[in-house]
Design a protein around this ligand. Sequence first.
Ligand SMILES: *[C@@H]1O[C@H](CO)[C@@H](O)[C@H](O)[C@H]1NC(C)=O
Ligand SMILES: *[C@@H]1O[C@H](CO)[C@@H](O)[C@H](O)[C@H]1NC(C)=O
Ligand SMILES: *[C@@H]1O[C@H](CO)[C@@H](O)[C@H](O)[C@H]1NC(C)=O
Ligand SMILES: *[C@@H]1O[C@H](CO)[C@@H](O)[C@H](O)[C@H]1NC(C)=O
Ligand SMILES: *[C@@H]1O[C@H](CO)[C@@H](O)[C@H](O)[C@H]1NC(C)=O
Length: 199
Amino acid sequence: MHSFPYLTFLFILSLQQNAMCIIANITVDDSSESPAIVYSPASNWHAGSKGSSCSECNAHPNSSDIRTWHESTFTPNGNGKDDSNTPLFANLTFTGSAVYVFCALAESSVSPNGNSDMAFYIDGQLNGTFVKPAQGINNTYEYQSLVYSIDSLVPGKHTLSLQNGYTNSNESLVILDYIVFSYVLVYSGTYIFSTGYQR
Ligand SMILES: *[C@@H]1O[C@H](CO)[C@@H](O)[C@H](O)[C@H]1NC(C)=O
Ligand SMILES: *[C@@H]1O[C@H](CO)[C@@H](O)[C@H](O)[C@H]1NC(C)=O
Ligand SMILES: *[C@@H]1O[C@H](CO)[C@@H](O)[C@H](O)[C@H]1NC(C)=O
Ligand SMILES: *[C@@H]1O[C@H](CO)[C@@H](O)[C@H](O)[C@H]1NC(C)=O
Ligand SMILES: *[C@@H]1O[C@H](CO)[C@@H](O)[C@H](O)[C@H]1NC(C)=O
């Protein structure tokens, strides 16, 4: 007979029941290569930088508060230099739980027309808008203006889309400076301890 009594003990010991979350902010510059912001139609977004004269640009910010930017102008009727009546997009795919979009806002009403008419989508769903007529002050910009934020996303991969202008609607200028997203690090300290013996 090969029977013998045995006894096994198994302890699963959770020394630390609460996972620790660390939230870190990552800034994606308008001209970042990785992760890259996808501009469409690409030819209607213009990269500007302080001290350079961007001949295709409508706006010419000149301040130590901005280093580089991507500019687009939506026009319903062909006044602009770009395709008429086609909304423009800047899309960013990121992994995180929050996202913040920062633009420069022109306060002039002409040269350039600083009217802002933006919509924001998360994973293709409309989640917010930013509408602000220019105050009509020449050669004046508001820098690092928060135009959209959300901090309640399910942690994971998301796509943010900024839309400039709406078909058959107002002229709108976007000077995109940078996007910040929050990255969640989860540290789970679980210790598993087991023991047993046979006889
Ligand atoms: C991340 O940046 C946003 C926008 O500047 C800020 O509101 C938020 O508090 C920052 N979060 C952390 C964890 O630093
Ligand atoms: C930017 O401003 C500085 C100081 O006001 C001026 O010297 C410079 O010519 C300006 N540059 C452009 C491109 O307008
Ligand atoms: C950007 O996002 C918008 C809205 O979700 C979408 O319609 C468009 O196709 C996207 N553009 C690119 C180039 O992926
Ligand atoms: C934006 O998305 C968040 C998270 O999914 C949701 O709670 C909120 O209601 C949405 N807001 C709008 C205006 O759709
Ligand atoms: C602002 O600029 C426009 C276009 O250059 C000009 O017609 C207008 O007179 C200026 N306004 C002021 C208050 O200087």
